[in-house]
Design a protein around this ligand. Structure first.
Ligand code: PLP
Length: 375
């Protein structure tokens, strides 16, 4: 059986409706302002080699799922950094340093954010210190070193690497450029989100008069998802159904939506989708997501390599697509939701639906990508 026909058996893990959904454009744009969003586009679109990433039609998959269209935003082509994260960290570095070459930048990362921060620091001739946990692959560390960053490995998980980053940054007066917000650290994470919102500007220009009915957004700490919601508020004059997808072992947004307040979870097993294996939604994204999200869905790791292969073998579209592990959840969750006839009906997925999904990264971790592709 080809993987294309196999999709008919795929299942999501858990589905939740947000009872507090009440999309309010003004509230959203009070948190990430039109100024923040426009400033990011103005700056980033002037960077060397900037060009919008492709919006690919997954025409074979939409036919299979009996949907009108599936738009796939292909971030594997983003500045040769191979992920949307290139837009966030590097932009924040530029904004916070304001031309001061004496500042040393620091961050903690699961990989792609650090790559962006290292790249942005290199572009501006700044020293850069990157803290990674024991779960970040040596391949990802090597790429960050190739941008001139000092990579420091910390025992334990992401939280441990962040704590060490904060401690050493205080001691040495380094400027932290983090994509996660906490109580008195919100400005920089907002800048990273403003950078990500460039994706929605590009999408709004590519789709012309076609109306997106559903958008599926991957979440780790929620920064990317909330930035896309703000982009929807800024650039679209209608509101699609907004669906958050997370790994089943790291569904911190789903659990927070269920509880009506931020809930830190315990990750029992790290997901292969490393960038999304987060235990707590970040503060600024939460303020945006809590009322704008319609549904949350979680998925297992079981379909990651099948999706990567199908993308690479042009089984979902006319083109061959390089999509890494974090590029798969939009497809996996959409297939799972479509296969559940009751949920499909409840959320209005039908032959008139135009679904937007995000291929957040390419083979950013080449070794893991090859392993999953050939497994
Ligand atoms: C590579 C990668 N890292 C991280 C994330 C999560 O982003 P955030 O932590 O802003 O929610 C994603 C989203 O899918 C991703 O693809």
């Amino acid at each position: 059986m080809s993987s294309e026909s196999e999709v008919l058996n795929w299942k999501y893990s858990y589905f939740l409706k947000n009872e507090k959904n009440n999309f309010n454009k003004n509230d959203i744009l009070n948190i990430l302002t039109i100024n923040d969003i426009d400033d990011a586009y103005k700056t980033i679109s002037k960077w060397d080699n900037y060009s919008p990433t492709p919006l690919i039609s997954l025409n074979k998959l939409s036919k299979k799922l009996k949907l009108n269209k599936i738009f796939y935003k292909d971030e594997s082509k983003r500045f040769h950094l191979k992920s949307f994260k290139a837009l966030g960290g590097a932009y924040a570095v530029e904004k916070v340093t304001k031309g001061n070459k004496k500042i040393t930048i620091s961050t903690a990362t699961a990989g792609n954010h650090g790559r962006s921060v290292a790249w942005g620091s290199k572009k501006l001739g700044l020293q850069c210190k990157i803290f990674i946990s024991e779960y970040v692959s040596e391949f990802r560390a090597k790429v960050m070193r190739s941008f001139g960053a000092d990579v420091i490995r910390v025992k334990g998980n992401y939280d441990n690497s962040l704590n060490e980053c904060i401690k050493q940054s205080k001691e040495n007066d380094w400027q932290i450029v983090q994509d996660v917000a906490w109580e008195d650290y919100k400005l920089v994470p907002k800048l990273t989100m403003a950078g990500y919102s460039v994706m929605m500007k590009e999408i709004s220009e590519k789709i012309n008069n076609q109306k997106i009915t559903h958008v599926i957004l991957q979440a780790g700490v929620g920064g990317m998802a909330a930035a896309m919601v703000a982009g929807i508020a800024r650039y679209l004059n209608y509101i699609p159904k907004i669906i958050i997808v997370e790994p089943e072992n790291a569904s911190c947004v789903l659990e927070s939506i269920k509880n009506g307040k931020i809930k830190k979870i315990t990750i029992k097993k790290e997901s292969l989708m490393g960038g999304m294996s987060c235990d707590e939604v970040s503060l600024v994204p939460w303020e945006i997501l809590k009322n704008s999200v319609d549904y949350c869905v979680s998925i297992s790791d079981d379909y990651i390599s099948k999706t990567i292969k199908s993308l690479a073998n042009s089984e979902f579209s006319n083109e061959k697509i390089t999509g890494g592990e974090c590029s798969t959840p939009g497809i996996v969750s959409l297939v799972g939701l479509c296969n559940d006839t009751q949920v499909r009906k409840k959320i209005n997925l039908n032959e008139d639906s135009n679904v937007l999904i995000f291929g957040c990264e390419g083979d950013a971790d080449e070794e893991l990508y090859q392993k999953l592709l050939n497994s």
